[in-house]
Design a protein. Structure first.
Lengths: 247, 363
């Protein structure tokens, strides 16, 4: 098995070459590794945008905007909000599935967010190291090409599991409107065997939104912080796909 | 009661219809259904020989609102359902017999119509303390229920009590009231939830079984699809106001007078499967939303335990506090946000400190 947590310095030591240009100004060649392939990056940003739309519209489905006056036939506010929610939900579902498929054909980094190597002692040791790093107990961060072990754990639970839960409950709720003969109900109707009263499914779906809000806060903060503190590119990596090490 | 099972033909004759009229009816029915020339005599034969389905109607922990609803059925009239369509052999609330005479009918039906009678159950059995919270005919109701269920063809669970548990099973459920399907296994159970169910839905289910001699198609949760496959919300006449974003915000506001959507007032129509918005109540006169009050979701599982009838978002009690998803979520997001801010601040201070240290080292 490929080592998902191999430090960068081991994999590409020779790239840290130093060159000088014609005017004698020195350019620093920094070690760069291609981490996130194009489909991974596209899925990331499409999912991010979908989740943003889903959160805003979902919130307004639970707590609708103030009443509008006039004839009902002149307005379609709830209709548009719900349409945006359903559309974004289906886009998210498609790109989440694409992302799963890419895990099978992509590089080993693309598989990271879909599992936690629970059986490996070394992994948990490094999770502990990361926790100590975030608790200011370690002076130096370890460098990773992909996600660090703590990030991998957070991505698996906070993103993969939560989003899967939201997609499943979301389609189950959508099937209520589509009717019991719809494919949505055939595929996801079993959710109502767990919670026979769909009011509970609504509540859990709503709580799931807040869980994702928490994930997004932590995700963005950790990305910015690591970008600065761990001396490696994080945010621009999700645009270019390349991770640069600045030491 | 207790006599040989009546056929439809004898009931028809008893109501003063001549044999000639009966045969006219059979041929007319066959012709209008477009059936062949032999069909008329087949229909007549079926009506002359097919026995009416015997029904045993039992009452556990309940409030009799199901019976109250049932006797108000307009299409078909309940008198037709009870006196002509089925053979209601036992129903302790409305039967003439009492005491040992009444109880004897149970044994008799069980022996004579083994595997052929319908057991209609209103209410549910409490299981705590050996079932002593509901004594019926000198025995715990749960024993009587199990005994009669053993030889029944099928069981109809009337109302939210028999289907889900209803108010007596609401937290903390001291008597351990338990829905029928948790007590009886291995028998087909039709759930007809509602508190009470709509009269026409009840007689509709009975009519289907007596007409076709089989159970109606059920959904995943054991409810007849024909009445419970859509939500109140799907066929609500106020739905256009929902889609437009026009809501009642307070009970006495202009929107309430105009009949806007009651979503914000906690209407449970979007999560309630029932036929109220199509069949309506009292012979199609009205239903709660038409009368200006939101649906309380009485045909749904555990509707008593989902917080106020007037809240949109359900209170969550799993965490030992009564808060809805937004309140919990905002607190969680706020706490994490504050933690992130604090962490960022500590990071900045540490970084500054270590930079100064480095600077000291270098100089």
């Amino acid at each position: 098995m490929m080592d998902a947590v191999a430090p960068a310095s081991e994999s590409r030591p020779d790239l840290a070459a130093i060159a000088a240009d014609a005017s004698g100004e020195r350019a620093v060649g920094r070690p760069t590794v291609y981490v996130y392939e194009a489909p991974v990056r596209i899925c990331h940003w499409v999912n991010a945008f979908s989740i943003l739309v889903l959160m805003v519209t979902g919130y307004f489905i639970g707590s609708p905007l103030p009443t509008v006056a006039g004839e009902a036939s002149d307005h379609f506010i709830m209709g548009y909000i719900r349409f945006a929610h359903f559309a974004a939900g289906q886009v998210l579902a498609v790109f989440f599935l694409t992302r799963i498929l890419w895990a099978f054909v992509g590089n080993h980094h693309s598989r990271q967010i879909f599992y936690i190597p629970v059986h490996r002692k070394q992994f948990w040791k490094e999770v502990l190291h990361e926790i100590r790093w975030y608790a200011f107990l370690e002076r130096e961060p370890k460098m990773y090409v992909g996600h660090n072990p703590l990030a991998q754990t957070a991505m698996f639970t906070g993103f993969t599991l939560f989003v899967a839960f939201m997609i499943v409950t979301g389609f189950a709720l959508y099937s209520e409107g589509m009717g019991i003969d719809s494919w949505q109900h055939k595929l996801f109707g079993w959710v109502f065997a767990i919670w026979p009263n769909s009011q509970d499914v609504h509540t859990w779906h709503h709580l799931g939104m807040w869980a994702l809000v928490v994930f997004v806060i932590v995700h963005i903060y950790a990305a910015i912080r690591e970008d600065i503190m761990s001396r490696q590119s994080i945010i621009s990596s999700m645009v270019s796909g390349e991770r640069q090490f600045r030491d | 009661m207790g006599a040989a099972t009546e056929t439809f033909y004898s009931v028809i004759r008893r109501q003063g219809i001549t044999r000639r009229s009966f045969h006219k009816f059979c041929s007319l029915t066959a012709t209008s259904l477009g059936l062949g020339p032999l069909a008329a005599s087949r229909i007549a034969n079926a009506l002359e020989t097919k026995p009416r389905v015997p029904v045993i109607w039992m009452h556990g922990l309940e409030c009799t609102c199901c019976s109250e609803s049932f006797i108000r059925s307009a299409h078909p009239l309940v008198k037709d359902a009870v006196l002509s369509m089925i053979s209601l052999d036992y129903d302790d609330t409305i039967m003439a017999a009492a005491g040992h005479q009444a109880e004897a009918i149970l044994e008799e039906t069980r022996a004579k119509h083994k595997g052929q009678y319908i057991l209609a159950v209103e209410g549910n059995p409490p299981l705590n303390e050996g079932g002593m919270f509901c004594i019926d005919g000198g025995k715990p109701f749960v024993e009587k229920l199990k005994m009669m269920a053993e030889d029944a063809m099928a069981i109809i669970a009337w109302g939210a009590c028999a289907s889900w548990g209803c108010v007596q099973a609401a937290k903390p459920n001291p008597t351990q009231a338990t829905p029928i399907d948790k007590v009886i296994t291995g028998k087909p159970i039709i759930k007809v939830p509602g508190c009470p169910p709509i009269a026409e839905v009840m007689t509709g289910v009975v009519t289907f079984i007596t007409t076709f001699g089989k159970l109606p198609e059920l959904d995943r949760q054991g409810r007849p699809k024909m009445f419970y496959s859509q939500r109140i919300h799907d066929k609500c006449y106020r739905r256009p106001h929902f889609d437009a974003g026009q809501f009642v915000e307070e009970w006495d506001d202009e929107a309430a007078r105009k009949g806007y959507c009651l979503y914000k007032m906690g209407c449970k129509g979007p999560t309630t499967y029932n036929a109220c918005s199509t069949v309506r109540w009292n012979g199609g006169v009205s239903f709660p939303i038409q009368s200006g009050h939101g649906c309380i979701g009485c045909s749904e599982d555990g509707f008593w335990d989902k917080g106020s009838f007037y809240d949109r978002l359900t209170n969550i009690k799993q965490f030992g506090i009564e808060k809805n998803a937004d309140q919990i979520g905002m607190v969680a997001a706020g706490a994490v946000g504050a933690a992130v801010a604090a962490h960022a601040a500590v990071t900045a201070v540490k970084r500054l400190a270590s930079k100064r240290e480095d600077a000291d080292h270098n100089s």
